[in-house]
Write a protein that binds this ligand. Structure first.
Ligand SMILES: [Zn+2]
Length: 390
C-alpha cells in the first residue's frame, strides 16, 4: 500500500476523459497482437524526461521512490500516453555488481536534467568473467538500488495499474544478456574481443545469460504476480556485424525463450543504427510481439518514409512496428517536423502492420515539452483508423 498511489487513484479513477473507443491497455494489446483497434497507440519511453516534466531534478529523485512514482503518474495524467514507462537508470542495473563503498566512484551525477553517467566496472574480459563466476551480483544485491529503489518503484506503478483496473499498462523492461555483457566492459572492447577471444566471449555470454535467466524469475515473482503483462527486452548487440550475430546472438534468443513463457506481451528495444540483418532476425524471432526499432543503417540511403515502409513490410503479419520520431528529432526538431514524421510513419506502416508511435530510444531529458505534446496530438490526429492516406 502506497500513499502516493492512493492519492493519484482517488484523483483519477472515474474522472478520465475517454480517448477513442478503447482503453489504453486494450489499444496497446491489440496493436501488439496485430488486431484491429481504434487509434494508433503512442507510448514514448519517457523515463528520465518525466522526472523533470513533473518538476523534480534527477538528483532529487535518486533516492526517493515516492517522488519517482509521483513523476511518472503525474506525467501520464497530464499527457495520457498509451503506456507508462517506469523510471530506470544504469545504477539500477549494475550497482549490485559493486560493493557499496566503491559505488560513488562508478556513478556520476552532472546537472539536474542529465543522465546518470557510469564507468565500466571491469577493464578486462577476465575481470568481467570473474565478476560473474564469483556471483558478485548476488553478494552486493541487498543494499543496491535494484532492491531499494527500482523494485519499490515498479511495485508502486503496478499497484497504480491494478487499482486503476488496467486502464493503462505499465511497461517494465530488462536488459538482455548481450546488453549486460557489453555494459559491464564497454561496447567497443566487447566487440573487439568477439574477434580476438571468441571462446572466452562465449563463456562470458553464457555466464551473463545464466544471471539474466535468474533475473526473469524475479520479474515473474515481483512483476507478473503484481499485474505486469507488458515486458520490454532491452536488446544489446546493436553494433554487431552479421557474422557476430550468427555466432553469439543465440544467448538473447534463449532469454526470449524463457520470457515468452512468462509474459503475454513482449516488446524488443533495438536502438541506434539498425543493421538490416538484425531487423530480419528480430522479425522472425518467436515470442516477441512488437519491435521498437530506430534509425536506418549507415549504408542505407533511404528517406524516413522509405525506412518505415521497409521495416513495416519486413514485419508484416509478424510484429507490431514501433518508431518515429527519433529521440534526436524530439529533442531538436520543430513541432511541424515532428507532426510530419508521425504522419509519414503512420502512413508508411499501417498498410502492412500495426504501428505504435514510440521513438527508438528514451526521450532525452532536454526534449521540449511542446515536442512531446505534439507527438501525442499528431498520433491522435493521423492515427485514427481507417487511416487517411491523402
Ligand atoms: Zn536505447
Amino acid at each position: 500500500m502506497s500513499e502516493i498511489v492512493d492519492k493519484w487513484v482517488a484523483r483519477l479513477k472515474g474522472n478520465l476523459e475517454p480517448i477513442g473507443t478503447m482503453t489504453h491497455w486494450q489499444r496497446m494489446e491489440a496493436a501488439f497482437h496485430l488486431q484491429p483497434h481504434d487509434i494508433v497507440p503512442v507510448a514514448p519511453e519517457l523515463d528520465y524526461w518525466q522526472i523533470t516534466y513533473a518538476g523534480y531534478t534527477h538528483k532529487e529523485i535518486y533516492n526517493d521512490v515516492d517522488k519517482t512514482t509521483d513523476a511518472c503518474i503525474k506525467t501520464w495524467a497530464d499527457l495520457r500516453t498509451d503506456a507508462i514507462w517506469m523510471y530506470v537508470d544504469i545504477s539500477h542495473q549494475i550497482e549490485n555488481f559493486i560493493p557499496a563503498e566503491k559505488r560513488p566512484h562508478y556513478f556520476v551525477h552532472r546537472g539536474d536534467k542529465d543522465y546518470l553517467l557510469f564507468k565500466p566496472i571491469a577493464d578486462t574480459l577476465d575481470e568481467a568473467i570473474a565478476l560473474y563466476e564469483s556471483k558478485a551480483y548476488e553478494k552486493y544485491l541487498a543494499d543496491s538500488r535494484a532492491v531499494t529503489h527500482y523494485t519499490p518503484h515498479m511495485l508502486q506503478l503496478l499497484e497504480f495499474q491494478e487499482k486503476m483496473d488496467r486502464v493503462v499498462p505499465v511497461l517494465v523492461g530488462a536488459a538482455t544478456p548481450t546488453n549486460y555483457a557489453e555494459t559491464i566492459v564497454e561496447v567497443q572492447k566487447f566487440v573487439k574481443w568477439m574477434i580476438t577471444e571468441p571462446k572466452k566471449i562465449r563463456h562470458y555470454l553464457e555466464l551473463a545469460l545464466e544471471e539474466r535467466l535468474a533475473a526473469l524469475d524475479f520479474y515473474y515473482e515481483y512483476g507478473y504476480k503484481n499485474g505486469l503483462r507488458f515486458f520490454c527486452c532491452f536488446g544489446g548487440a546493436r553494433t554487431w556485424g552479421p557474422k557476430q550475430l550468427d555466432q553469439f546472438a543465440d544467448v538473447d534468443h534463449r532469454f526470449v525463450e524463457k520470457a515468452k513463457k512468462l509474459f503475454p506481451h513482449i516488446l524488443w528495444h533495438h536502438c541506434g543504427r539498425n543493421l538490416p540483418k538484425s531487423m530480419e532476425i528480430l522479425a522472425n524471432l518467436d515470442g516477441i510481439h512488437a519491435i521498437q526499432y530506430d534509425m536506418p543503417y549507415y549504408t542505407m540511403d533511404v528517406s524516413y518514409f522509405e525506412w518505415f515502409e521497409w521495416a513495416a513490410k519486413l514485419l508484416a503479419g509478424k510484429k507490431c512496428a514501433c518508431n518515429a520520431p527519433t529521440t534526436q528529432m524530439v529533442a531538436y526538431d520543430t513541432p511541424e517536423e515532428i507532426d510530419q514524421i508521425i504522419k509519414d510513419f503512420i502512413r508508411a506502416t499501417t498498410p502492412h502492420t500495426t504501428a505504435i508511435v514510440m521513438p527508438g530510444c528514451e526521450i532525452d531529458s532536454y526534449a521540449p515539452v511542446e515536442n512531446v505534446k505534439t507527438m501525442i496530438a499528431a498520433t491522435r490526429k493521423y492515427g485514427r483508423y481507417p487511416i487517411r492516406m491523402e
